[in-house]
Ligand binder design. Structure first.
Ligand SMILES: CC(C)(COP(=O)(O)OP(=O)(O)OC[C@H]1O[C@@H](n2cnc3c(N)ncnc32)[C@H](O)[C@@H]1OP(=O)(O)O)[C@@H](O)C(=O)NCCC(=O)NCCS
Length: 179
């Protein structure tokens, strides 16, 4: 996985009804540690990383690359939305395409924040890279993620076995169907 490369970055903060999407900043470090070391967040992502390892490795201003959005609610980071380039993806249908990922703190689940933030990030992508399809890979057992993918307009390309479980590869076409 690579970053998106030469897109205008960082954008002006993107404001949605309840959230702000912006480049991560040093003040988000604690939230990133929580996200990366949370067993709940990593249930379907191969397990969490040891907190002390994450603490050691995270730089002062973490995850600052084009397509990396900190999602803020009332001034605090609640999630990370990642738009990357799926170079080296093991499935040919996804290789080289723009790829969406999302991780939210458990206390922010179940309120529609992930859907609101991802829709805004996809809107940003459509502005800077018009006409690009976007892919998404998630474990098919990750029910919340599967629901979110469907809500965002991703449809199934294929399922495949990897990392010891069934994975779902979805794609969202650049033209949003009307209605
Ligand atoms: C995947 C993940 C982001 C989904 O988060 P989420 O909060 O369930 O997703 P949404 O933002 O779409 O919220 C949907 C829920 O909010 C509820 N909701 C409450 N208020 C709402 C509102 N105002 N608007 C929309 N939905 C609302 C919906 O009913 C829905 O509940 P349901 O899932 O029980 O049906 C979250 O589970 C997560 O971070 N998991 C760990 C990381 C991960 O596995 N990522 C996948 C790898 S790509």
């Amino acid at each position: 996985m690579d970053d998106l490369g030469s897109v205008p970055w960082p954008p002006e903060p993107i404001r949605t009804e309840r959230l702000v999407l912006r480049r991560p900043e040093a003040r988000d470090r604690a939230a990133f540690v929580e996200l990366l070391a949370s067993p709940q967040v990593h249930t379907y992502l191969g397990g969490p990383r040891p907190r002390d390892e994450v603490e050691r490795e995270l730089s002062g201003a973490p995850e600052q690359w084009p397509g990396s959005f900190a999602v803020e609610l009332d001034g605090s980071m609640i999630g990370h939305v990642l738009l990357r380039r799926a170079t080296g993806h093991r499935r040919p249908a996804a290789a080289g395409k723009a790829d969406l990922g999302y991780l939210f703190l458990p206390r922010a689940w179940g309120r529609g924040y992930a859907a609101e933030a991802c829709a805004a990030a996809l809107g940003w992508l459509a502005g800077v890279l018009p006409g690009e399809p976007v892919v998404l890979t998630t474990q098919s057992a990750n029910a919340a993620s599967m629901r979110l993918a469907a809500k965002l307009g991703f449809t199934e390309v294929e399922r495949f076995e990897a990392w010891g479980s069934e994975q779902w590869l979805g794609m969202r076409s650049p033209v949003t169907p009307s209605g």
